[in-house]
Design a binder for this molecule. Structure first.
Ligand code: THU
Length: 142
């Protein structure tokens, strides 16, 4: 287990898996307007990996971020408990989730939920969802 793995109960094997999948997922990003590729991989408590990518619209706010695509896909499949998310972009340091994603992720997790942000070189920085400021301080809704 990596030190981050011990603290957040994510094993180094799980971290390897979700980082690899988040980085690979960027290939599927649909971002013709921003050209800013983002891939995410959400790890469920049951050990499943669910990916998401950013999908843009000609009407910018209609587009969705990789994090919300991953959560929506997982929630649709019935998952309710999540261990961690890896988010990958092509910048260094790794991208910080937008306010809407922070709120959305907080709605379905606890404050200790870890967000591993991977940069262009495959290195990560880590913050829990409780460490980032949220638009609203609400509790999870399911
Ligand atoms: N984006 C994400 O998918 N996740 C983030 O954490 C930050 C931003 C997307 C939204 C948009 O498609 C593009 O990146 C540029 O902001």
């Amino acid at each position: 287990m990596a030190s981050a793995g011990l603290r957040y109960e994510v094993s180094s094997e799980e971290l390897d898996t979700i980082s690899t999948k988040a980085i690979a997922a960027k290939e599927s990003a649909l971002c013709p307007y921003s050209k800013f590729r983002v891939g995410a991989c959400l790890l469920t408590q049951s050990g499943e990996c669910i990916i998401g990518v950013n999908i843009e619209s000609a009407s910018y706010p209609v587009g969705v971020c990789a994090e919300r695509v991953a959560f929506a896909t997982a929630l649709t499949a019935g998952h309710r408990d999540f261990k961690a998310i890896a988010v990958s972009s092509d910048i260094t340091p790794g991208v910080s989730p937008c306010g809407m994603c922070r709120q959305f992720m907080r709605d379905f997790t606890t404050p200790s939920f870890p967000v591993f942000r991977y940069d262009a070189d495959g290195n990560y920085t880590l913050k829990t969802i409780g460490e980032v400021r949220l638009p609203m301080d609400i509790r999870r809704i399911v």
